[in-house]
Design a protein around this ligand. Structure first.
Ligand code: MTE
Length: 348
């Protein structure tokens, strides 16, 4: 059964040039994949120190470091309206030096429609055309419609917010996302009072996205939020990062960002939004309900069945550096009231 990529281990002799989250280029050839046993730690937590230094040396000698920076936004074809953005001071409370370097944010990605290999997504997605792009709004709404993303941006405007981003795989980043509050889109759609949830549906195009040829995943990628979560002011529809249109690998042209939840809730490349009175099924919840709950709130006290969630590894830091994970990813003050009276161990 397919599971989130921490369940895969690559046995990969280093061959030539590739990109790794520890700032380095190496080329890897994937020769074997096997499913981890339940007691094994995730692949994302296992960077070998020798490999790290070898890559560094290679990088310096080949001069590839600067090339990476130039190529970071190559192949962009996302929603291009709304730039330049202003950083919203209300969401700029994390020290600037803690922001994850752009090359990691745009070079270490989970986007299963393109590849299971985080370091390969950028390359596999680079020719994908995502402009023009529209979102279909349906279900329990007064105004079912199909809306062009650039027109939405022109109507709502976009701003920049620096958010913590915590993956269920126990790594984290701090990222300046550009976008507009989902609330604005909900107000435009005018949901019926009977609508209690929103379901988000990504694209379905196996011709363009090679990972989708693996039909053991219940494509398209889906996610869902309770209406009050969706209306919360922190919930953002993201169309850019680092003040530029969202690169394909990060979910162009428009993705969700719910910073108090694990990263898998932040569905990329949204094509449909459905208002409903039923709690939506999500791709991961359907595949492994005992591992990936509907709520997926970041919680250091509720471990994943196969590893601890008490700590996280900031991407770009030394592989052994771990910091404590905060309840609701540091946004408890803003969002804990949404879950008052709920047993968060059961509603994981
Ligand atoms: N959205 C789609 N459509 N497909 C995916 O595979 N992966 C999720 C989420 N959204 C995913 C997705 C997971 S597991 C994570 S951690 C984040 O996207 C990764 O976002 P990033 O690549 O911008 O860091």
């Amino acid at each position: 059964m397919p599971t989130l990529c921490h369940n895969f281990k690559y046995f990969s002799p280093i061959k030539a040039v590739d990109f790794n989250y520890n700032s380095l280029f190496v080329e890897r050839k994937m020769t074997q994949i096997r499913l981890n046993k339940s007691w094994e730690i995730p692949e994302s937590l296992t960077t070998n120190e020798d490999e790290f230094f070898n890559r560094r040396t290679f990088l310096k000698s080949s001069g590839l470091l600067s090339t990476t920076l130039l190529l970071n936004h190559a192949g962009v074809s996302a929603a291009t309206s709304g730039f330049p953005t202003q950083r919203n001071p209300k969401y700029n409370l994390i020290e600037a030096e803690k922001i994850t370097e752009e090359k990691y944010v745009t070079g270490y990605n989970n986007f299963y429609e393109f590849s299971l290999d985080k370091e390969d997504v950028k390359d596999k997605a680079k020719h994908w055309k995502t402009e023009p792009w529209s979102i279909e709004i349906s279900g329990m709404v007064q105004k079912p419609s199909t809306l062009d993303v650039n027109e939405l941006i022109n109507e709502f405007g976009i701003e920049q917010r620096v958010y913590r981003f915590r993956c269920v795989e126990a790594w984290s980043m701090i990222v300046p996302w550009d976008g507009f509050p989902l609330r604005k889109l909900i107000e435009k759609a005018q949901p019926l009072s009977s609508a209690k949830y929103i379901k988000f549906i990504s694209f379905d195009d196996p011709e363009e996205a090679p990972g989708m040829k693996n039909r053991s995943y219940p494509w398209p990628y889906t996610e869902g939020l309770r209406m009050d979560e969706a209306l919360h002011e922190l919930t953002l529809m993201v169309t850019g990062v680092f003040g530029k249109p969202l690169p394909n690998q990060n979910g162009a042209p428009v993705r969700l960002m719910v910073p108090w939840k694990y990263g898998f809730k932040s569905i990329k490349s949204i094509q449909k939004i459905e208002f409903t009175d039923q709690q939506p099924k999500s791709l991961w919840n359907e595949l492994a309900p005992q591992e990936y709950g509907f709520y997926a709130n970041v919680n250091p006290e509720v471990d994943h069945p196969r590893w601890s969630q008490a700590k996280e590894r900031p991407i770009g830091s030394w592989f052994f550096q771990k910091i404590p994970t905060q309840p609701f990813n540091g946004y408890a003050e803003e969002v804990s009231s949404l879950y008052k009276g709920m047993d968060l161990k059961k509603n994981y």
